[in-house]
Design a protein around this ligand. Structure first.
Ligand SMILES: Nc1ncnc2c1ncn2[C@@H]1O[C@H](COP(=O)(O)OP(=O)(O)OP(=O)(O)O)[C@@H](O)[C@H]1O
Ligand SMILES: [Mg+2]
Length: 462
């Protein structure tokens, strides 16, 4: 069953489409304008969107752009097919430029639409497969873990110790410290390495979908559940399940996960039967879970169940010895990708990197190396080639991550360009979080809504 979202302000149109495809395995969702479309898109994560370009309240192009940014947060590819007016080839091209997969112009017949929908769904199927295979390949090869500092050595020792057991592991650490790559390594070095490795980003799946994602559902559990669906826990049978961003779980979901940990059983939505699962559980979070327990936002019993074997990843600023190694590693990696050769990094530039406090940790370092390589055409990367933010704020106190929001900015004599500064800060936050809007907004101390608004204002899209 495919979930197809129709966004069109003409009720008759929505009705006609639904009726025409009554006998297809399509479950139609509807929205009467762009704004509503975005809401349903975010909540339901459909398999395909069919959207009118011309609508009264928020036109299709704006809604399309928003959907394409939201998609990144969801870590999904959702094809959008636009409905355009007869003879408006230009607007169709415009829509494709903004990420629409295809378009159909009015008036169209059912057969025409059927073919377009089928093609788009096939495309999505292929895209999902490619994404999956890429992940499997990356997993098989395994990304190397770089680091020779004492702190990293301790971590690696723990990783190898715990990999051989079936113990539940909790990986803690700031954003970008390598939690995911550590989880991958544990699975790859475990007895279960031949078994499946299932990753779930608990923060990226809306609450209403998470339960059936994790536990599956029985046929008839709700409208649209025409076939039973196996959940991620069962998919991890004989292997490992990695629950990322576990700190984002709502309290009701926490109860359900606790039950799996206690009973090693799952109960699919809408079912009465339970199934035993044999899967190793690894979780990770960049939040302070213990603090969340104190604040009653995270269940204490679950915390202790997860915390059997904690691994805490040190922030990059606490293992400065690794900065040069990592910088050279990424330099190597990205020169190859960019078709460059023998690019070196100067001593001064390295020193600047060592002085910086790296709030975005290794991910930030990786992004900076990549970006610098793209921009600079020199054979030697010098201090002046590094992003200005890195040098001027390089010596900021290391404790600032504890208390964001306290701003100690001195307006210079000559004044500043506030808009340019704002734009630059927003861009930095987006890059640091790989365009994860929720986290970028958090870094900036504004709501995601405000962030979206400003991104639009400054035309900041990936
Ligand atoms: N020790 C390391 N050696 C090489 N690359 C690393 C290392 N640690 C992290 N990386 C790379 O840095 C990037 C961020 O790592 P990862 O996604 O594992 O971080 P994370 O802790 O899960 O971050 P977040 O909390 O934001 O999800 C990835 O591209 C990863 O491959
Ligand atoms: Mg992660």
């Amino acid at each position: 069953m495919y979930k197809i979202l129709i966004v069109d302000d003409e009720k008759n149109m929505r009705w006609a489409i639904k009726r025409a495809f009554k006998n297809q395995p399509y479950d139609f969702l509807e929205a009467a304008d762009g704004e509503e479309g975005i809401r349903v898109f975010e909540k339901e994560q459909p398999d395909l969107v069919l959207m009118d370009l011309k609508m009264q309240k928020m036109d299709g192009l704006t809604a399309l752009e928003k959907m394409k940014t939201l998609e990144k947060d969801m870590e999904k590819d959702i094809p959008v097919v636009m409905i355009t007016a007869h003879g408006s080839a230009e607007s169709a091209v415009e829509a494709m430029k903004h990420g629409a997969l295809d378009y159909i112009s009015k008036p169209f017949d059912v057969e025409e639409l059927r073919i377009i929908l089928q093609k788009a769904l096939e495309f999505k199927g292929l895209q999902d497969k490619v994404n999956y295979l890429e992940e499997v390949l990356e997993m098989k090869q395994g990304k190397p873990i770089i680091g020779k500092s004492e702190k990293m050595n301790d971590v690696l020792k723990m990783v190898h110790q715990v990999a051989k057991t079936d113990a539940t592991v909790l990986i803690l650490g700031e954003s970008g410290t390598g939690k995911e790559i550590i989880a991958d390594t544990i699975h790859r070095n475990s007895e279960r390495r031949q078994g499946p490795y299932v990753k779930v980003n608990c923060g990226a799946i809306p609450e209403n979908l998470l339960e059936s994602e994790l536990f599956g559902y029985e046929k008839g559990a709700f409208t649209g559940a025409v076939k039973r669906k196996i959940g991620k826990f069962q998919r991890g049978e004989g292997g490992t399940i990695f629950l990322d961003e576990i700190g984002e779980l709502s309290l009701p979901m926490q109860v359900k996960i606790l039950r799996v940990l206690q009973e090693r059983e799952v109960e699919p939505v809408g079912g009465t039967e339970t199934y035993t699962v044999d899967t190793r559980i690894i979780t990770a979070t960049n939040q302070n879970l213990y603090e969340k327990v104190q604040k009653k936002e995270f269940r204490e019993d679950l915390y202790y169940r997860l915390n059997v074997f904690p691994i805490e990843l040190p922030p990059l600023r606490e293992r400065k010895e690794d900065i040069a190694l990592l910088a050279k590693h990424f330099l190597q990696k990205y020169q190859q990708e960019l078709g460059k050769k023998d690019v070196k990094i100067s001593k001064e530039a390295l020193e600047a990197l060592m002085d910086y406090h790296w709030p975005g940790n290794i991910r930030e370092l990786e992004n900076i190396v990549e970006r610098t390589l793209i921009i600079s055409s020199n054979q030697i990367i010098d201090k002046k080639d590094l992003p200005p933010g890195l040098i001027t704020h390089g010596t900021s106190p290391s404790s600032d991550s504890e208390s964001p929001g306290e701003v100690a900015f001195q307006l210079p004599e000559e004044g500043i360009n506030l808009e340019a500064l704002e734009k630059d800060l927003i861009l930095q936050a987006l890059e640091r979080t790989e365009y994860n809007q929720t986290r970028a907004a958090k870094l900036l101390g504004i709501s995601r809504h405000t962030l979206l608004y400003r991104m639009e204002k400054y035309h900041l899209k990936k």
